[in-house]
Design a protein around this ligand. Structure first.
Ligand code: CU
Length: 306
């Protein structure tokens, strides 16, 4: 029992301090809002850690001290209301405080972002992420799953009859300017996925039919993180944090955080998806709005049959 106690506690310390302490949180949060998550985690670990050590020491020490011996009689102690009340209310108070802080933060990052925020849509499917930017109007064109058309390239099911879709940009990587809050609008097309952003301390389920949101502010550019981590190949990664099928492990996305000038330059080079699709299909629209009624038909039928 004493050996179990000593090696068990050394194992717990090794795991938390030497192993996960170096792999999970090496450079602190890369987002402003994520700092609170780190704080809450450390407070939770501190409180539960103290309780863990006390209860484990007592558990193994008592098992050792009160082991069976000849001539020793067990003390009959069936019930004590006062003790029951104490060990129920004290943990309940601590847990309530932790949960209230957690909820407060949850309502913040899932609520309204600051007015200067950027909008990016991220859609999960088996097994990759798609990104969409709302263009100059700041509004995403409507999505309708019935318009999903993989051969024609309309893999998000964008309703191109909606004029607000005409300036929307599709991207294969997520680019973000440093220091500006970004609100992610999260979709899933098949099963439940989860946008996991470990460097930013953010994650949110991607649920089919129910868009979810979260917002955060990146603190460091990718280049700055290369220096901070000492890793010249550093990239911000998106992992899928919800087991979603055989290719789940491969749902890795990349976020490039750059200076506002670099971001603007990247954005200026992107072509709206509507323009790209219309260029590749016949007949071409005469103007952005003029032929919009035909646009879906053109994209759906035109390229699909090629
Ligand atoms: Cu997954």
């Amino acid at each position: 029992m004493i050996a179990f106690l000593i090696f068990g506690l050394i194992g717990a310390w090794w795991c938390n301090e030497l192993y996960y302490g170096k792999t999970l949180f090496p450079q602190g949060s890369a987002s402003v809002e994520g700092e609170k998550i780190d704080d809450m985690l450390y407070i939770t670990i501190a409180i539960t850690g103290v309780v863990f050590v006390i209860t484990q020491v007592l558990l193994f020490w008592f098992a050792f001290k009160y082991q069976e011996k000849d001539g020793k009689r067990a003390y009959f102690f069936p019930h004590n209301t006062k003790l029951e009340l104490i060990w129920t209310t004290v943990p309940a108070i601590f847990l309530t405080v932790l949960v209230v802080f957690g909820l407060k933060h949850w309502f913040k990052i899932t609520g309204d972002p600051p007015a200067n925020h950027l909008l990016v849509e991220i859609t999960g499917h088996q097994f990759a992420w798609d990104y969409r930017y709302p263009g100059n109007d700041g509004i995403f064109g409507k999505i309708n799953y019935k318009l999903y058309n993989s051969p024609a390239g309309n893999t998000l099911g964008v309703d191109f009859d909606d004029p607000e879709s005409h300036d929307d940009i599709r991207a294969t990587e997520m680019h973000l300017p440093v220091g500006q809050p970004v609100k992610l609008v999260i979709h899933a097309q098949d099963v439940i996925h989860d946008v996991g952003l470990s460097h930013f301390r953010m994650k949110m389920d991607a649920v089919p039919g129910i868009p979810t949101t979260m917002w955060f502010t990146p603190k460091y550019t990718t280049e700055q993180m290369k220096v901070r981590t000492g890793n010249p190949n550093f990239v911000y990664e998106i992992s899928c944090d919800q087991m979603c099928g055989s290719g789940h492990f491969s749902m890795r996305g990349v976020i490039i955080v750059e200076t506002p000038a670099e971001y603007k330059a990247w954005l200026a080079k992107q072509k709206p998806e509507y323009v790209t699709l219309m260029e590749g299909s016949a007949p071409k629209p005469n103007g952005p709005a003029a032929d919009s009624a035909k646009s879906n038909a053109a994209i759906q039928a035109g390229v699909a049959t090629n």
